[in-house]
Every structure is written in structure tokens, then in C-alpha cells.
Design a protein around this ligand. Structure first.
Ligand SMILES: NC(=O)c1ccc[n+]([C@@H]2O[C@H](COP(=O)([O-])OP(=O)(O)OC[C@H]3O[C@@H](n4cnc5c(N)ncnc54)[C@H](OP(=O)(O)O)[C@@H]3O)[C@@H](O)[C@H]2O)c1
Length: 324
């Protein structure tokens, strides 16, 4: 079958189209005929060699962690009624989704409603799930203020919409005219351009009063750290993002001194059934039209390298989705 393999760690060019043997569905698994695959930032980082202490990945490997497609076959112990159904599944970093067929654990499947396209479904496999989880773990309530860093990214665009739907006032930070325009269009109440000098002060003004009840940091590094003083005493700060290369290095003692509840990447790691439940929630919202994944470009499987390059260039407005 056709696939795209990472033949080593390095630039996008290590992603090379190839032919590999067809997999089979093992016990507890289904075999999915893949239609679309999401690309999330961390997949570009792992391909580049980052985070090897956290991700047990050796090259060559088949990337592709979030797939949407049709169940072709079921393995031992799996309800055969899954056959022929449209589904999404989360497979992990070296998940094998960059291929025509991918095995997936049945306990993590969520059915895709007819109203939702495979590309939209794939775009939500991770972003929709993690965003919903973040709103759950930070317990964002109606009337509260939330500051979202990296608001124009795949997950950021979902967070803006979910936070608005939850009744929060959203202050969004994004980079440049096109990206700030996008998050405004998605419903942010105030938007701050991170490329302008003094963006932290602008964000403070936009928040007013005591600051943000919740900060959702999808960027990390010095940017995330600079936003820490913007959360009010007693608020919640989620440092789950590291496109800058590291999570916001907020000292737990500083958070404790201000009574701020500090959350991190571990708080958004889910079991397969938890993932399936949140994926179903995101797909339902997409079917009802209350959640719109923002897809900036689609790339055929053979051009997965171009999808990664588009993400890394930071020029794409919206997500890159790979179609098979
Ligand atoms: N997607 C998920 O389900 C998930 C799950 C767990 C954790 N996370 C983490 O959340 C973060 C966002 O993930 P994503 O998948 O939504 O990625 P994404 O769609 O590529 O978004 C990345 C965001 O970070 C910004 N960014 C990229 N490089 C940057 C840099 N060097 N400095 C400052 N900002 C930068 C981008 O905007 P600009 O380039 O315009 O600044 C964009 O807003 C990642 O760190 C990821 O690991 C995501």
C-alpha cells in the first residue's frame, strides 16, 4: 500500500513516499481505510528530532497520529458492526496514519456524523479533543475571562470557539494581520497582535481589572512566561504548549505564592475511551455547526513533507490536513 515514511529525523524532506506491506487488525483493533490525517505541531518537532526523551520513536517510522476514515476490517474481540462505519482515531506520534490503511484500537474510536467531512473530522481528532479537555480541566465558567496564546493555531482556533460557546470573554493573542483577523472572526472579544511591541501590556489592558481567570498557553517558552503575570491571583494557568521549544517555565513556587493553579501537558493526556468521548463531543458540535475547524490547506499523502513545511513556516492560516 502507499504510505509516507520518516526515513530519519531532520527537516521535512525526511518524509518520503514509499510502499509498505498492508497491516492487519490485531486483537482489539480495527483496520481503517484512511481518508484524512491531521498534522499537529508536535509531530513536526518529533520529526525534527525534538523530545526523544518523551517520545519512544525510532526511525524509520510511519507518522500520522490522528486519522479519519472508514473501518475496513475488525480484529478479534471487536464488534463487527464497526465495519463500514466512518470513524476517527488517535494513534500516537508514530501512529501509522500516513498510509492507505492503519490499525487502530477499537476502544478509542468515535463515529463521524454524516454531516462532517473526513477532512474536518481529522482536523478535530486532536485539536477538538484537547481543547475540550482544557476547558474541562481549567473549569472555565460563563462570565470568566480567558487569555488564549497561539489563538490562530489548530487548537487555538478551536479553543476560541469553545470558550465563547461556554460563555467566557475571550482575549486572544495571535501573530500578524491575517491571523488576528481570523481569531476575531471566530468570536474573540479582544485580539492582541504578538508581533507588536508591548503585547503583554496590550493584553493586560484588554483584560482589565484583576486579569485573566484562565490563561491557556499553547506557545510556551518566554512568551508563555511573559503571560504568567496576566492571570489573576487564584486563577488557572495551563502551560500545555511548546511550539517555542519548551513549555512556559513558570516556577511552581511562584504559582503557589499567588494561589494560581498550574496545569500542564500531563493534564491533557487521555485514555483511549476518554479520547473517544471527547472526540464524539467535538464531532457533534461540528455536525451542529457550532464548531468550525479552520483548515488552511490540504496536501495529498505523497506531499506530507510540504504539509510539515507549511506548519513550520508559520505562514499557513489554519491547519494543514493530509488527504489519502
Ligand atoms: N493539538 C493538540 O491536540 C495538542 C495536544 C497537546 C498539546 N498541544 C500543544 O499545543 C501547542 C499548539 O498545538 P497545535 O497542534 O495547535 O499547533 P499549531 O496549529 O501549529 O499551532 C501552533 C501555534 O503556535 C504558534 N507558534 C508556532 N511556532 C512558534 C514560535 N516559535 N514562537 C511562538 N509561537 C509559535 C503558532 O502561531 P504563529 O506562528 O502565528 O505565532 C500557532 O498559533 C503545541 O505546543 C502542542 O504541542 C497540542
Amino acid at each position: 500500500m502507499r504510505a509516507t515514511q520518516a526515513i530519519g529525523f531532520g527537516g521535512p524532506e525526511v518524509l518520503v513516499p514509499t510502499e509498505v506491506p498492508e497491516p492487519v487488525a490485531g486483537p482489539g483493533q480495527v483496520l481503517v481505510a484512511v481518508a484524512a490525517v491531521d498534522t499537529i505541531f508536535v509531530e513536526t518537532q518529533v520529526r525534527g528530532g525534538w523530545g526523544r526523551e518523551h517520545f519512544q520513536v525510532t526511525a524509520p517510522y510511519l507518522p500520522g497520529g490522528g486519522i479519519a476514515g472508514t473501518v475496513r476490517a475488525t480484529g478479534e474481540g471487536v464488534d463487527p458492526a464497526w465495519r463500514g462505519r466512518r470513524v476517527v482515531a488517535s494513534l500516537g506520534i508514530a501512529g501509522g496514519g500516513y498510509a492507505e490503511l492503519a490499525p487502530a484500537p477499537a476502544e478509542g474510536l468515535a463515529a463521524v456524523p454524516d454531516e462532517v467531512s473526513f477532512t474536518d473530522a481529522a482536523a478535530l481528532v486532536h485539536d477538538g479533543v484537547t481543547a475540550a479537555r482544557l476547558l474541562d480541566t481549567t473549569a472555565l465558567r460563563p462570565g470568566e475571562q480567558v487569555l488564549i496564546l497561539g489563538a490562530s493555531g489548530g487548537m487555538g482556533t478551536v479553543l476560541v470557539q469553545l470558550a465563547k460557546a461556554a460563555g467566557a470573554r475571550v482575549v486572544a493573542v495571535a501573530r500578524g494581520d491575517r491571523k488576528t483577523a481570523l481569531v476575531r472572526e471566530l468570536g474573540a472579544d479582544a485580539v492582541v497582535d504578538a508581533t507588536r511591541p508591548g503585547w503583554v501590556e496590550r493584553a493586560r489592558e484588554a483584560l482589565g481589572g484583576a486579569g485573566a481567570d484562565v490563561v491557556l498557553d499553547g506557545v510556551g517558552g518566554e512568551v508563555g512566561l511573559a503571560a504568567f503575570p496576566l492571570v489573576r491571583a487564584g486563577g488557572r494557568f495551563s502551560a500545555h504548549g511548546a511550539p517555542t521549544g519548551r513549555f512556559a517555565p513558570v516556577a511552581p513556587a511562584d504559582a503557589a505564592a499567588r494561589g494560581v493553579r498550574l496545569l500542564g501537558i500531563a493534564d491533557v493526556q487521555l485514555t483511549a475511551p476518554e479520547h473517544a468521548a471527547l472526540a464524539a463531543r467535538a464531532l457533534r458540535a461540528a455536525a451542529e455547526g457550532t464548531l468550525r475547524p479552520v483548515i488552511g490547506a490540504t496536501f495529498p499523502l505523497e506531499r506530507a513533507a510540504a504539509a510539515h513545511a507549511a506548519i513550520e513556516s508559520r505562514e499557513l492560516v489554519g491547519k494543514a490536513v493530509i488527504t489519502v
